[in-house]
Design a protein around this ligand. Structure first.
Ligand SMILES: [Zn+2]
Length: 247
């Protein structure tokens, strides 16, 4: 169930059954020579929709831009400052908690968001912890990265081995091609496996990883693999969501 396709009376009814909601969070950034700029947002949203359907859970609008400062030397990339993203996450959560939502299950598509999302959770918890009058509702947030869902690491290894890499991975590129087959761009990568390593700012990133990939070969991506990956990610996170929402 997508929040945007319900009426307010539907939401009021949902809140008599559940206080949990799923929030997809992605990024809008370069994904190598043949990966879509929207990869991380598209994947997070697709997995979240799947989990929402299987678990009968409400799915909030996707946060489509994340913390991606290190990708800004590549055209089309967008970023929020960490401080902006923290503010956005707090506003998303506190808007929904105003109506009675208490549990917020974030499905993430971008590694660069993790530290900032965790910092936002600390800010949200601090609002309750520092409120001696006890006026703040007790909220619980959970962050799950779709590429670490039960079954996904094994499937990615089976499909791509060490060519999975860290950024512009064949797994995430495959998932977007399954969602948008018209956007699939099969091509050979040169070198086949991209370099790996650390980076700091955007210029440093582009110097070390000239075509945008890190350690990956998205030339191996396919529409068929994308469907398998989506199904496994949805199954793994549905289990996790159900356990968490029931606890
Ligand atoms: Zn990505």
């Amino acid at each position: 169930m997508l929040l945007q396709l319900l009426t307010w009376t539907d939401v009021e009814r949902y809140l008599t059954q559940s206080h949990s909601i799923i929030i997809p969070i992605g990024s809008t950034e370069q994904h190598g020579p043949n990966g879509l700029i929207g990869t991380d947002a598209l994947c997070a949203e697709a997995v979240a929709k799947g989990v929402g359907e299987k678990a009968d859970a409400l799915v909030a609008p996707t946060i489509p831009v994340g913390m991606a400062q290190h990708h800004m030397a590549f055209p089309g990339s967008m970023t929020m400052l960490p401080s902006t993203l923290i503010a956005v996450i707090k506003d998303w959560v506190f808007s929904l908690s105003r109506h009675g939502f208490r549990r917020f299950y974030f499905i993430n598509g971008h590694g660069g968001n993790i530290a900032t999302v965790q910092a936002a959770f600390s800010e949200i918890y601090a609002a309750a912890s520092l409120d001696n009058a006890g006026n703040q509702a007790a909220l619980q947030c959970r962050l799950r990265n779709w590429w670490q869902a039960d079954g996904i690491v094994g499937l990615s290894r089976e499909l791509y081995g060490s060519a999975e890499g860290g950024h512009a991975t064949p797994s995430e590129v495959s998932m977007t091609w399954h969602l948008h087959p018209e956007a699939a761009r099969p091509m050979r990568m040169e070198p086949e496996i991209a370099p790996s390593g650390e980076f700091s700012d955007a210029a440093d990133y582009r110097r070390r990883f000239p075509d945008g990939r890190i350690g990956s070969n998205p030339g191996l991506a396919s529409v068929e693999a994308g469907k398998r990956l989506l199904d496994v990610a949805v199954a793994g996170l549905t289990e996790d969501y159900r356990r968490w929402a029931a606890a």
